[in-house]
Design a protein around this ligand. Structure first.
Ligand code: X8Z
Ligand code: ZN
Length: 597
């Protein structure tokens, strides 16, 4: 590293050193140019090491990646501290924004003590590795089950005992992460405090162009807007599950047991659609069956996604994307299967890493991942510090916005369906979407409610699991299917906790994608109900989207939201509009039933 932490820096951190001349704008420019060069070099090196580690988990790749990450993060920390010496210098707007981003760009701050910074990066690489290698080996069976196997059981089995067994099996991988996680909290808080933040959670909440407390309130406000719809969905699903599994398994008024919702974390429920589909209209069409019956290959699934983006006017993905991405789970070595999109050189070396399964769920996840890649490419001409999304919710929302345009009419257009179901099937389609998007909202909210409190010390290590289930109950109205104790560590059975990826972004994305979809549908001239609008092939919508994407993070997010949606406010009216007909239907179905838990 070309810069080593010097004692005199402490004097500079609080502003300008006594008696020292105020730095000039020219010095600030040189500092930012150098910072961008340094961060680019170290960032690319770290990205390559992380790619190899994630696609080939061994003790060695884990250590190499941890080293590269440590170098890059340490440099980021030093630069963030140095940036403070330009506080009070009247900088042009773009330079002032870069200084601010430099101070806020880290997800994790390493402490200045080299031993501690090494320990911290090793712990985080190790936790992700433990998660990635996690397996359940049922007694008396020769084959162990990984998360992909177990997720298939959660999605398809209707035998509560088998579901419970899989749920328990997966949740047994995370207790070994408890001790390292508690140490990680200590060390990453130490790093955040050295940068002047209260703790790591406060550092995360600072990133949203508004005071951190105002951001937490903003999340609550959005949740209050959508909560009645979630409650209606919860009440309806609980009663249908009760019809199916009986009263000994599903209570009439209490929380829903977490193993019955078609997903390991009960975070989205579309896999149980057939169990809860409207009795009068049936299930409509089944994209999984269509894709399977045509023997669609993983690569072809990705091609479908790419061709949506090119229909909007985006250039096709580069050949290296197809050569370097990981689409299929290897059989001879361990990988982190959790889907992700990569931008190795922040220019053209785009990739996805995903263990693709031929299902409707993965069809949509592919659009999600490609949304990241097309965003990355759209902002690549920005200076390095602006090569990011308006806020992290925007990054998560882009691909999902496109996926909202995967309507039956669209599937007919691309030849995957022979005929679109008529309007009588709309309630079924909306219910399917709600199981995906509305069920997700409280989950998207609670993960960081838990983590923020863990970082602040309000939740202590001895209460980690208890506090987790209190939040799951409070927001989602779900309960663990078997007794839990502090010998368990259920939060780390979720990827983003084990891998230290912030989660509020997905809650924001869930709201934002409907705002984007409504605005783009309007730009495309769609006058139908929002669930029937698809922007496929519409260049006007593509241009509107690209105008926002290509800004990167050069402007505060409210300005960028204005550019695409004509408003500076995140707002749940779009998601509520989209599901309005379903809400009426759910309220009818729920008449006479008690809502809540
Ligand atoms: O992690 C993801 C993406 C990668 S950014 C696959 N998602 C969250 C999750 O799986 O928990 C997308 C939706 C929420
Ligand atoms: Zn994502």
């Amino acid at each position: 590293m070309p810069y080593s932490f010097a004692p005199f820096l402490a004097l500079l951190i609080s502003g300008v050193a006594l008696g020292a001349p105020r730095p000039t704008i020219a010095q600030a420019r040189t500092f930012l140019d150098d910072a961008e060069k340094q961060l680019l070099t170290l960032g690319v090196e770290a990205a390559r090491a992380d790619w190899v580690k994630s696609t080939y988990i061994t003790d060695d790749t884990e250590i190499l990646a941890a080293h590269a990450d440590e170098k890059a993060i340490n440099a980021g920390v030093v630069l963030a501290k140095e940036a403070a010496k330009f506080d009070g210098v009247p900088l042009p707007e773009d330079m002032a924004r870069k200084m601010k981003l430099l101070k806020l760009s880290l997800t994790m701050a390493t402490p200045a003590n080299p031993k501690e910074s090494e320990e911290l990066t090793r712990i985080v690489a190790g936790m992700e590795g433990t998660y990635g290698k996690g397996k359940y080996c049922p007694q008396g069976q020769s084959k162990c089950l990984d998360l992909e196997d177990l997720s298939k059981i959660m999605a398809n089995s209707r035998d509560p005992n088998r579901l419970l067994d899989s749920w328990r099996g997966w949740h047994a991988i995370s207790p070994p992460i408890r001790q390292p996680f508690a140490r990680f909290v200590e060390l990453s808080n130490k790093g955040a405090r050295e940068l002047g933040f209260k703790d790591s959670g406060a550092m995360w909440r600072e990133k949203y162009d508004m005071p951190p407390d105002a951001f937490a309130k903003e999340m609550d406000r959005l949740w209050d807007q959508v909560r009645p719809l979630y409650l209606a969905l919860h009440t309806y699903v609980r009663s249908r599950l009760r019809e199916n599994y009986g009263e000994s398994v599903v209570p009439a008024t209490g929380p829903i047991p977490a193993h019955l919702l078609g997903n390991m974390w009960a975070q989205s429920w579309e896999n149980i659609y057939a169990l809860v589909a409207p009795k009068e209209t049936g299930v409509g069409y089944n994209l999984t069956e269509v894709l399977k019956s045509r023997q669609t290959e993983p690569k072809q699934m990705v091609r479908y996604g790419e061709s949506f983006f090119t229909s909007l006017g985006f250039a096709p993905l580069p050949p290296t994307f197809w050569e370097r991405s990981l689409f299929v789970k290897p059989t001879d070595h361990e990988v982190v299967c959790h889907a992700s999109a990569w931008d190795i050189d922040t220019l053209d070396d785009l990739r996805i890493k995903m263990c693709i399964d031929i299902t409707d769920e993965d069809f949509l996840v592919i659009h999600h991942e490609l949304g990241h890649n097309f965003y990355q490419r759209a902002y690549k001409t920005q200076p390095l510090l602006f090569r990011d999304s308006a806020n992290d919710g925007f990054h998560e929302a882009v691909g999902d916005t496109i996926a909202l345009s995967v309507t039956p009419d669209y599937l007919v257009k691309i030849g995957l369906l022979a005929k679109a179901p008529d309007a009588s099937k709309d309630i079924g389609l909306l219910l399917h979407k709600a199981l995906e998007k509305i069920a997700f909202l409280p989950f998207g909210l609670l993960i960081d409610q838990w983590r923020w409190k863990v970082f602040s010390g309000e939740i202590k290590p001895e209460d980690y699991n208890k506090a987790w289930w209190e939040l799951r109950l409070k927001y989602q109205g779900i309960a663990p299917p078997v007794g839990r104790t502090e010998a368990d560590f259920d939060p780390a059975a979720k990827y983003h906790v084990a891998a230290n990826v912030p989660y509020a972004r997905y809650f924001l994305a869930d709201i934002l994608q409907f705002q984007f979809h409504r605005a783009l549908a309007q730009a495309a001239g769609c006058t139908e109900p929002l669930n029937r609008c698809s922007i496929y092939g519409n260049k006007a919508a593509g241009d509107r989207l690209n105008a926002m994407l290509s800004m990167g993070t050069s402007r505060p997010w409210p300005d960028e939201l204005q550019a695409i949606a004509g408003t500076k406010q995140m707002d749940a009216t779009a998601i509520l509009d989209y599901f309005a007909p379903l809400k009426i239907w759910l309220d009818e179905q729920n008449r006479g039933k008690t809502a809540g838990w």
